[in-house]
Design a protein around this ligand. Structure first.
Ligand code: BTN
Length: 306
């Protein structure tokens, strides 16, 4: 049904049930069923005889009410900020955190105009095709302990994708999620801290959900859930909350380490370790601190990297 929504969004004015059916290779009855489901989720869709369907409020892909109703969490997403368009959800979450937003505050945008990736890269975040979200976390930990939060988010997202789609989601350490060898999810974790105290952590998660094509320069390496399985993923955060609670309770990532290792496709592979003096190495293991243990190709010595 989200593909119907996508077509309606692209269309200026009405789109006939016949055209939708032809485009998606489904019957008109299936189109009508999809429209009904979308309406049940809160989308306003006008239907006019002989003309077809039209999104009354095309700016709304999913609404705040839908997000709130779907969540069964205790803290994550109990306070939701929803933007049709913003520069980056990480900036909004940071501003909210500085204003005192509570733990678990969720920022979601339909479109980001300046989506940020790691190492200064741009994160393409077009309207209505993905999940662009950031959280405000306030763990009482030391800054050095915060790096495992990004691994925890990667694991939770990979598990949520697997549960929803049946696809196998591999984590490329520390937190890119690859499906059939192509990247579908990126995570950018930012932090505000002093030497010995974390004020807040902002994990920003980008999931390519309904993207049907990518710009030529990344088409070989990027994918979406839709491209891999033809189905969308629900926007649940239960796994993340569960892992985060375990982390806070035990004070470590150890309880999740085995599951992380199972998902981690980097282990056993050759990696290029960047830094002042880049080197090649074999990835051996993940440490409880979330670092990668490697064996250097040049001198066989073991080292941890982050
Ligand atoms: C990467 O793989 O380079 C990280 C990409 C992170 C993208 C997400 S989308 C939501 C949040 N807002 C941003 O600007 N970036 C993160």
């Amino acid at each position: 049904m989200y593909r119907i929504l996508e077509l309606l969004r692209r269309q200026e004015g009405f789109l006939s049930g016949e055209d939708i059916g032809r485009e998606l290779s489904i019957t008109r009855a299936a189109v009508w069923k999809g429209i009904k489901k979308l309406r049940e989720e809160g989308y306003e869709i006008e239907a006019v005889t002989n003309r077809g369907y039209r999104l009354t409020n095309p700016e709304t892909m999913y609404n705040k009410r839908e997000l709130e109703q779907g969540l069964k969490t205790k803290t994550m997403g109990q306070s939701i900020y929803f933007y049709e368009e913003t520069d980056t959800t990480n900036n909004r979450a940071r501003e909210l955190a500085l204003e005192g937003a509570p733990e678990g505050t969720l920022v979601v945008a339909e479109k980001q105009t300046a989506g940020r990736g790691r190492r200064g890269k741009v994160w393409e975040s077009p309207l209505g095709t993905g999940i662009w979200m950031s959280l405000v976390l306030r763990p009482q930990i030391m800054p050095v302990e915060a790096s495992v939060l990004t691994l925890l988010c990667g694991l939770a997202t990979a598990e949520a994708i697997e549960a929803e789609t049946g696809l196998s989601a591999g984590i490329k350490w520390p937190n890119d999620i690859l499906i059939n060898g192509k990247k579908a999810v990126g995570i950018l974790t930012e932090m505000d801290c002093e030497m010995s105290e974390v004020h807040f952590v902002i994990p920003g998660i980008g999931i390519n959900v309904n993207t049907t094509s990518f710009p030529p320069e990344i088409a070989d390496i990027a994918t979406s859930l839709y491209l891999e399985c033809g189905k969308t993923v629900s926007r649940r955060l239960e796994r993340l909350e569960e892992h985060y609670e375990t982390f806070l309770r035990t004070g470590s990532f150890t309880a999740m380490l085995e599951d992380y290792r199972k998902h981690c496709i980097t282990l056993g592979k050759e990696v290029h370790v960047l830094g002042r003096e880049p080197f090649f190495a074999e990835a051996l293991d993940i440490t409880p601190e979330g670092e990668l243990l490697v064996r250097r190709a040049d001198n066989g010595k073991e080292e941890v990297v982050f």
